[in-house]
Design a protein around this ligand. Structure first.
Ligand code: FAD
Length: 284
């Protein structure tokens, strides 16, 4: 058994710029006393300007809250010049860690040609801005574009070899699929820490959205029963969703996971409740 405690980190997403950042800044301040190892900030793939959204919040997290931060950077709709501009903006605010992503290919929008895969972006950052630390995304149950998990893990190996220091997973509800994935990564020679993405289900709309967009994610019977039983009982659905996430985390830490990355959905109450139930497990 590893004697090292795992890390706990949070993910937030920038609101639509028309809405403004006031609410998310309040939520972030409320998360500050939990002292997460880092907070990652998602980025729009094609819709919003990354500097006005992601970079601005990453700046706030690093420089006002003094919490390490990771800026997500999906590049399939960016040119090399645009990536360089974003890296320069991050440099200016002292954020030097990015989650290098391809981004989803949208059905009606032609991608740019510079970054076909995340690996292309990683190679570009390594060349243009080698002082940046790079994290990659991974998919315990396979990426939806992949014909099978073996080719997905072979591609992941190329991505890590291009220069990722760690990986963050897509959310999952079945820990066994995560353990199986970890074992296959080790066999493939992938040795960087893998942080497990956990999303507590807190309401019916969130659950419905998730079921629509994550068709490759296995939903265990225990999880489906929660959704069925408490479909019309928001309070119980929230309590059961939190309990399910906490149960997943307890299991992960006892199996020596490198880190837990909590998809907070910008909700500081969720972060607090999960932290309160699990904080003794995490590295201080
Ligand atoms: P890649 O690593 O490029 O993989 C995409 C597909 O191509 C996979 O099927 C892979 O097997 C295959 N592939 C990779 N390399 C090769 C190769 N050399 N040859 C052939 N096939 C290859 N999206 C956003 O828009 N904004 C975000 O902020 C965001 N945050 C995310 C955070 C996490 C933790 C995760 C897991 C995903 C996130 N995403 C985000 C979604 C992500 O952009 C999509 O899942 C996207 O479809 C894939 O991005 P990737 O970087 O994993 O792609």
């Amino acid at each position: 058994m590893s004697s090292q405690s795992p890390s706990i980190s949070f993910e937030i997403f920038p609101p639509n710029p028309a809405v403004g950042n006031e609410k998310i800044m309040v939520a972030l301040k409320e998360m500050q006393d939990l002292a997460p190892h880092f907070i990652s900030v998602t980025a729009s793939n094609n819709k919003f300007n990354i500097e006005e959204t992601t970079v601005r919040l990453a700046d706030f997290i690093r420089n006002d809250l003094h919490i390490p931060t990771i800026a997500h950077l999906p590049a399939v709709y960016l040119t090399k010049e645009m990536v360089t501009e974003t890296l320069t903006a991050l440099d200016k605010v002292g954020v030097h860690k990015v989650l290098a992503l391809r981004g989803d290919i949208l059905p009606d929008v032609e991608p740019q040609k510079d970054f076909v895969y995340a690996t292309d972006l990683i190679e570009y950052i390594k060349k243009e801005a080698p002082h940046f630390e790079i994290v990659g995304a991974c998919y315990p149950e396979g990426h939806p574009d992949s014909p099978n998990q073996i080719s997905d893990i072979q591609n992941l190996k190329k991505k890590v070899d291009a220069g990722c220091s760690s990986l963050l997973t897509q959310l999952f509800f079945d820990n066994e699929s995560f353990y199986d994935f970890q074992d296959k990564c080790i066999l493939a020679g992938i040795e960087v820490p893998i942080h497990a993405g956990i999303m507590p289900i807190l309401n019916r709309n969130q659950a419905l959205r998730l079921l629509k967009t994550c068709e490759n994610i296995y939903l265990p019977r225990k999880f489906c029963s929660i959704l069925d039983k408490y479909e019309h009982d928001p309070e119980s659905l929230r309590a059961a969703g939190l309990a399910y996430a906490i149960d997943q985390i307890v299991d992960l830490v006892t199996q020596d996971v490198a880190g837990v990355h909590l998809y907070t959905m910008n909700n500081s109450d969720t972060a607090h409740q999960i932290y309160q139930a699990t904080h003794t497990f995490f590295d201080k």
